[in-house]
Design a protein around this ligand. Structure first.
Ligand code: DLZ
Length: 190
């Protein structure tokens, strides 16, 4: 039988710290995606206190938000007395607010956005830039960044990919699972 998606592996996420950064456009679709990702992190053993959820305005802002968050978490864990992730984010990006007080570098970040094609070229420009930006951030930092950006033609497709109304499958769950695998492998591979 042909299976869509990666064949499953089990990984223990209990030693991981993971961030979820989501855009706030199309929030009714974003919410179940973030919840699905978080559920899979918890199911793999990631502690609630080691899951940080942040937001930014739109998908365009995801690369800079992810990059600053990774950088802030590394500075915080490397130097005593250095500004905390909260301080750094508050000074640079006022709409990002940490949702818990745990600290330490992130092992993986999930970037979540929903782009619905409109009548202008915005969709193509934002999707292309955001996807390339996120790839650059993960290669530049060495921290896996999970691509949680849905690019869909209409709301119906978006709902199906977020598992809304019992239709389709919640892709956020796949992103949570991918974050655990890549976080664990990054620790193993150095
Ligand atoms: C401008 C815009 C448009 C038209 N559509 C979306 C969308 O479908 N999903 C999304 O996440 N963001 C959208 N944005 C907002 C941009 O990502 C960005 O926040 C603004 O252009 C400000 O830089």
């Amino acid at each position: 039988m042909y299976l869509k998606g990666p064949s499953p592996q089990h990984h223990d996420g209990s030693g991981l710290r993971v961030a979820i950064v989501h855009a706030r456009w199309n929030e009714s679709i974003i919410e179940p995606l973030v919840a699905g990702a978080k559920d899979k992190l918890l199911a793999a053993g990631v502690k609630e206190s080691n899951i940080v959820v942040q937001s930014c305005p739109g998908s365009w802002e995801l690369p800079i938000a992810v990059q600053r968050l990774i950088s802030a978490s590394q500075i915080q864990s490397n130097a005593t007395g250095a500004p905390s992730a909260t301080d750094l984010l508050a000074s640079s990006t006022s709409d990002l607010t940490l949702t818990n007080n745990s600290s330490g570098p992130f092992d993986a970040v999930i970037a979540v956005g929903v782009l619905i094609k409109g009548e202008t070229m915005h969709f193509e420009y934002i999707a292309d830039a955001a996807v390339h930006g996120l790839m650059r951030v993960q290669l530049d930092t060495g921290i896996p960044v999970i691509l949680g950006i849905l690019t869909v033609l209409n709301e119906e497709q978006a709902k199906a990919r977020a598992g809304i109304d019992g239709k389709g499958h919640n892709h956020g769950e796949d992103w949570g699972t991918a974050a655990v695998e890549m976080g664990v492998k990054r620790q193993e591979w150095g």
